[in-house]
Design a protein around this ligand. Structure first.
Ligand code: TYM
Length: 414
């Protein structure tokens, strides 16, 4: 079977159960894992995501808003449906999304903005916000700025050379194009290539942010190199570039996982002082690590993730070796059932491949002891191999269309 990520928006049934990860499950949680537990070991920054993440707690700590029925109703009104990534609470939190959706409803032009730090190859977790961004681009007909922060990734790691980052930038551009963004409405910005478009805006931002604020927001310390300390205004700049391009304040919506939120907190602080709208965000959860309970799929830990360039045998091996929520033996699994909520294989299938009905049935079968981990692993390996196989073909084709996507329609070579 050739299965693409589930995009079935007409899948709600009246007997639906609501299954959510730790917290931020919206308003009608049927089953959710321990959403208010204290857990001080979790750490979420733009550069590090560790531990068991409590998404309810992040909403409180970061001061964002949960996505609930009012946002669903706005989407219903505008596009006539609620995308599964919203309905399943994969996108769970926002800032000013209601404001941007009102602008869309009134026919005003908005921009989308998202990005990638090219520190390695792209994995399926990165693709989630990009696929949702493509969906929004298709539905709203919006222009999209896609930033590659090659400067950030060079500065962040002492061991990375500029040549390595350049190669990853090229490889990542192929993945971005393979997602299927509309070349007419999409502009890729590579920081070191297109800096002249960002730098004047970044200077205005930088001048309004003190070192104490940067330390408090990003956790910089005395041992942080000064390049990293100076970097955040460069990631903030595309939030205001649309207003420069359009010649008037223009709303921007940023789809990304919640790890990027510190950048937007800082940017929102200075936006109105600079005469712009505060950039709006829609935050996703993380596709979990395949290797452990807790933590996210990470390109710096290859065993935790399935990459867009992985060979079928590698996918088989990673999925076969994945952590699950299963019991120690088949007999115990049949007796007590599995812990689907703590199982990366379950979440991976739910967010990426199963439609909601299939996933709800998988959940019930797992927790009642009627499904063994081997079956879920085999489904995940099959669906991932088929998805990656198709994506690889689109990556290959993308080599011929890079120029159409670059900010100045120029080639990108490494
Ligand atoms: P980066 O390269 O760390 O991540 C790229 C995008 O993928 C999201 N993400 C994930 N989503 C789901 N599951 C995961 N396991 C997972 N890991 C990462 C990130 O939130 C991000 O949306 N500094 C940024 C690059 C950037 C950017 C932006 C990102 C520049 N401008 C605007 C988002 C929006 C970075 O290093 O992303």
């Amino acid at each position: 079977m050739n299965k693409e990520p589930s995009n079935n928006t007409n899948n709600q049934n009246s007997n639906e159960i609501s299954i959510t990860e730790r917290g931020a499950g919206g308003e009608n949680d049927g089953i959710s894992e321990n959403s208010n537990s204290e857990n001080d070991s979790a750490r979420v920054t733009p550069w590090e995501v560790e531990g068991q993440i409590d998404y309810d707690r992040l909403v409180k700590e970061f001061g964002t808003q949960q996505i609930g029925s009012e946002i669903f109703e706005q989407f219903e009104r505008i596009v006539g449906e609620v995308h599964p990534m919203l309905r399943l609470h994969y996108f769970f939190s926002h800032r000013d999304l209601d404001f941007v959706l009102r602008k869309v409803e009134s026919g005003e032009k908005i921009y989308l903005y998202t990005g990638r730090g090219p520190s390695g190859m792209v994995h399926m977790g990165h693709l989630m916000p990009w696929m949702f961004t493509k969906y929004l681009q298709d539905k709203f007909g919006s222009d999209l700025l896609f930033q590659l922060t090659d400067d950030e990734k060079f500065l962040y790691s002492q061991n990375r050379t500029k040549d390595e980052i350049k190669r990853f930038t090229y490889e990542n551009i192929l993945d971005i194009i393979a997602v299927g963004f509309d070349p007419k409405n999409t502009k890729i910005i590579v920081d070191t290539t297109h800096i002249k478009h960002l730098y004047p805006i970044a200077l205005e931002i930088a001048k309004r942010i003190t070192f104490s604020t940067a330390k408090a927001v990003f956790g910089f310390s005395g041992s942080t190199n000064i390049g990293m300390i100076g970097f955040p205004p460069i990631q903030a700049a595309p939030c205001f570039l649309p207003s420069i391009i359009e010649g008037k304040p223009t709303p921007v919506l940023i789809p990304a996982a919640i790890d990027q939120d510190p950048y937007w907190r800082m940017t929102r602080d200075v936006a109105e002082k600079m005469g712009f709208y505060k950039p709006a965000q829609i935050h996703s959860k993380f596709l979990p690590s395949l290797e452990t309970q807790g933590g996210k799929m990470s390109s710096s830990k290859p065993e935790t993730a399935i990459f867009t360039t992985d060979e079928p045998e590698v996918i088989d091996k990673k999925v076969a070796g994945s952590f699950t929520g299963g019991q120690a033996t088949v007999a115990l699994q049949r007796l007590y059932g599995g812990n689907a909520l703590g199982c990366p294989v379950f979440w991976y299938l739910r967010y990426f491949f199963d439609d909601q009905k299939e996933s709800d049935e998988r959940f019930v079968k797992c927790v009642s002891g009627n499904l063994l981990c081997g079956e879920c692993k085999s489904d995940l390996a099959r669906d991932s191999k088929s998805f990656i196989n198709n994506l690889k073909k689109r990556r290959e084709k993308a080599k011929d269309s890079i120029e159409k996507y670059m900010y100045e329609n120029e080639p990108y070579q490494f």
